[in-house]
Design a binder for this molecule. Structure first.
Ligand SMILES: [Zn+2]
Length: 316
């Protein structure tokens, strides 16, 4: 008797394993470059499309180099979704040479919104600082190309457009599920609106207080919530700030224009101790890639809320 039950159990396990295999094989696979895109795309996908992540969120996309295992992921994907050559420079060449089955570039898909949003993307802030010199050495103008700041996923205003791109792509890959994608899109937007309102309420009282960020990524977030970012330690994480820029930052801190420094899990600025030495400057972690957030319903809204709460802790 016992053996019969065991046999039945065994065949059930084998059968369900086989079924999972079938499901996995028929499911389209969409590969997204960075974690916040995985949060958005997974929310729209539900279990109808498999959303895979290319980059470990502990690594900054600015300094990433592709590995052979990434090539394997790319070759298995039905579509690649990335921000664009202004962000994932390591993908720009791959997209031209490897030609994934399909490449969805958000800077291109959202171009109408990006040119409109320029005045609202924190560019005015950028020009207050000693940034000009960096741009031209850089070669690839990572943040500030024709479409402005490439950190699109940090904009509560662009997130619904990114989610719409997800729904469109998934509807083409699985037309029979189009209605479900639209429904999840509506749920996504609802959770976003709720989070956006509470973030606004949370941040409004600290809107005047100055702060520094680690790298110049948050212009759209800062603009949306009318925050007072007074500078960035670096423009792009791939290069350390020059002596002149460090002197300016030190002045900003000494004169109390900045109350706190927002650090990132992906970047450890070695010059930070000398910059803040002898000053009572609060430090807080601001994670632009959502390292600790699990994909699932409401995960992107949670990502934005975490950012708002980190800024609030820093400034309160
Ligand atoms: Zn960045």
């Amino acid at each position: 008797m016992r053996t019969l039950i065991n046999k039945c159990l065994l065949s059930l396990i084998l059968l369900s394993g086989a079924m999972q295999q079938v499901v996995a094989d028929t499911q389209p696979r969409v590969l997204v470059s960075i974690k916040p895109l995985q949060l958005i795309f997974s929310e729209i996908a539900g279990d109808a499309v498999q959303v895979d992540l290319l980059l470990n969120p502990g690594v900054s996309p600015h300094i990433y180099q592709l590995k052979p295992s990434d090539m394997a992921k790319l070759s298995k994907a039905d579509a690649l979704v990335w921000v664009g050559p202004g962000m994932e420079t390591f993908l720009a060449k791959v997209v031209t040479s490897l030609k994934p089955k399909r490449s969805v570039q958000l800077q291109h898909e959202l171009s109408a919104f990006l040119s409109d949003a320029n005045g609202h993307s924190g560019r005015d802030h950028d020009h207050d600082h000693d940034h000009g010199a960096h741009h031209h050495h850089d070669g690839h103008h990572h943040n500030h190309d024709a479409h402005g700041d490439a950190h699109l996923w940090l904009s509560p205003e662009l997130a619904p457009e990114i989610a719409k791109v997800a729904a469109q792509l998934f509807s083409e890959l699985r037309p029979e599920q189009a209605q479900q994608f639209q429904q999840r899109l509506a749920e996504f937007n609802k959770s976003l609106r709720t989070a956006d309102q509470s973030n606004r309420d949370l941040l409004q009282p600290v809107g005047e207080k100055g702060f520094l960020v680690t790298h110049d990524a948050y212009g759209r977030f800062v603009g949306h919530y009318e925050l007072n970012q007074v500078g960035a330690l670096t423009i792009t994480p791939e290069r350390s700030p020059g002596a002149r820029h460090l002197t300016q930052l030190r002045t900003v801190l000494e004169s109390s224009q900045a109350h706190c420094v927002l650090l990132e899990p992906q970047i450890q600025p070695r010059y930070l101790n000398s910059l803040t030495e002898g000053l009572n400057i609060r430090q807080e972690i601001l994670d632009p890639l959502g390292v600790e957030i699990e994909p699932g319903p409401g995960s992107y809204a949670q990502f934005l809320t975490n950012l708002a709460e980190a800024i609030h802790r820093c400034l309160r």
